[in-house]
Ligand binder design. Structure first.
Ligand SMILES: C[S@@+](CC[C@H](N)C(=O)[O-])C[C@H]1O[C@@H](n2cnc3c(N)ncnc32)[C@H](O)[C@@H]1O
Length: 229
């Protein structure tokens, strides 16, 4: 298991406490593809940041992830907070989805494809090809894909990590995605809370910046890529 995936297996509660301080992205998704009454797949759903906003309006929702520990949190949130029954979880890898052909109107994927498509992975291009082929297979004609990825934590304008820039270029040049970026800042109650909730995930570099700038609000940028097939 990679170091990042260990975080999702063992520190899922801490991850959820951190990302719950970021903005709700329902309006961003809705602007690109209104999801009311659609069959939706949240690919790499994690603890449910996107699933919890999709579930109330979607016709059906599949929440897939490789981490059952993250999906446990998602299940708890969807059962107790949303009280919807139109969803199910599935533990699987992005490259092999146990989902029927032509069954999904909208795939949304937040901060997840990057784990297979970053240039530290020797097979990153093949991984991206496999993922895109799976998404095209499960999508209905005119289906849509919306992908969110980081453009830098601790930056107020895009500053994507170098190991992701080739992946981002291929999304546009090879797979025909359009793109834009937004701010997805974390809003904490204090500088100390910002340090406490982010250190386990982002490490010393971001924590130093938080202390230096005395940030209770930690700036972050996200890229959004979307296309209709
Ligand atoms: C940064 S979290 C994002 C979770 C959620 N989408 C969100 O917006 O908060 C990344 C998620 O991708 C999942 N993941 C990483 N590699 C994966 C793979 N190969 N197949 C499926 N899920 C994967 C992790 O388990 C984790 O839940």
């Amino acid at each position: 298991m990679s170091e990042e995936n260990t975080v999702y297996a063992t520190q899922s509660e801490q991850y959820e406490a951190m990302i719950s301080r970021q903005p709700n992205l329902a309006h961003v998704i809705n602007e690109i593809r209104p999801f009311n009454n659609l069959d939706v797949l949240d690919l790499g759903a994690g603890s449910g940041r996107l699933s919890t906003v999709l579930a109330p309006a979607a016709k059906s929702l599949i929440c897939s992830d490789i981490s059952s520990s993250m999906l446990d949190i998602l299940e708890h949130k969807l059962t107790n907070e949303n009280q919807t029954t139109n969803w199910k979880t599935v533990v699987c890898d992005h490259r092999k989805l146990p989902i029927p052909d032509s069954s999904i109107d909208l795939v949304v994927s937040g901060w997840s494809i990057c784990y297979l498509a970053n240039t530290y992975e020797s097979d990153w291009k093949e991984n991206l090809d496999l993922i895109m082929a799976e998404l095209e297979r499960v999508l209905k004609p005119n289906g849509s894909i919306i992908i969110f990825e980081t453009m830098g934590t601790g930056y107020d304008t895009p500053n994507p990590p170098e190991f992701l820039t080739s992946y981002f270029s291929l999304l546009e040049e090879k797979y025909g995605f359009q793109s834009r970026w937004i701010r997805v800042d974390y809003t904490f109650d204090s500088v100390e809370a910002a340090v406490e909730h982010t250190e386990f995930f982002f490490g010393e570099e971001v924590v130093e910046k938080i202390r230096q700038h005395q940030w209770a609000t930690v700036p972050e940028c996200a890229g959004i890529w979307w296309k209709q097939i």
